[in-house]
Design a protein around this ligand. Structure first.
Ligand code: AP5
Length: 222
């Protein structure tokens, strides 16, 4: 009997390392990565009406309204691959109303990972972040530099990755985080995100491993 696939949420301040850890988690555990920010940026890039509206909020570091985000995430979670392989939800829910909607749709996570990172580190991480448009991989000029000159030459920066904008995103994060945490406090694991990317992953990996072991043993709880 195949055990139920994992359903995980990962949360943390802007640039706390959610996307970076999701790359490592999906590589090892095969979960489907559903990132609210990525879904929104794809919509912006497609030039749709929703994308155009979403960008106005993203540029101010504010939450995009629920009528755009909630259905977008729900549709993605309902795809067969997420059902089959389990999911890793990144940057969602970010408000009590999103958490409540998710619960009403029947999406209940097994684990809520909270990455905890010092604020001055967050600004440095945002300003140095670069993305590879070909592979989607996340780099940092200092902490995760590109492997080749060819990759370095094609790296791009996100439109909201300035010191000024990350401060706005951080403020939005502080306004909402407690309400979301209160919904998941029984399944929350707080991880020190100040360490190197591999050390952060080692901690997450051990928690996921334990969860799977317990599941195989049939206890099903954390
Ligand atoms: P979103 O794209 O989710 O942005 P965010 O929450 O600000 O998070 P980031 O993607 O900036 O950072 P991350 O934690 O993934 O860090 P990363 O791994 O890249 O959201 C963008 C916008 O969309 C929001 O402002 C909002 O407007 C809208 N939105 C999104 N979700 C929404 C929702 N649910 N509802 C409404 N609106 C929503 O790492 C950052 C950098 O640090 C990288 O360069 C990386 O290489 C480096 N790094 C990572 N880990 C380490 C480490 N351990 N040591 C050293 N460097 C590291």
């Amino acid at each position: 009997n195949k055990p139920e696939p994992l359903k995980i949420m990962i949360s943390g301040a802007p640039a706390s390392g959610k996307g970076t850890q999701c790359e490592l988690i999906t590589q090892k555990y095969g979960l489907v990565h559903v990132a609210a920010g990525d879904l929104l940026r794809a919509e912006v890039a497609a030039g749709s009406e929703n994308g155009r509206r979403a960008k106005q909020f993203m540029e101010k570091g504010q939450l995009v309204p629920d009528e755009i985000v909630v259905m977008m995430v729900k549709e993605r979670l309902l795809q067969p691959d997420a059902h089959e392989n389990g999911w890793l939800l990144d940057g969602y829910p970010r408000s009590l109303s999103q958490a409540t909607a998710l619960k009403e749709f029947g999406f209940e996570p097994d684990l809520f990972i909270l990455l905890d990172v010092a604020e001055d580190t967050l600004v440095e991480r945002v300003v140095g972040r670069r993305l590879d448009p070909v592979t989607g991989k996340i780099y940092h000029l200092k902490y995760s530099p590109p492997e080749t000159e060819e990759i370095a030459a094609r790296l791009t920066q996100r439109f909201d990755d300035t010191e000024e904008k990350v401060k706005l995103r951080l403020r939005t994060h502080h306004q909402n985080v407690e309400a979301v945490l209160s919904m998941y406090k029984d399944i929350t694991v707080k991880v020190n995100g100040n360490l190197s990317k591999n050390d952060v992953f080692a901690k997450i990996d051990s928690v996921l491993d334990e969860l799977l072991e317990q599941r195989k043993a049939g206890s099903g709880s954390l």
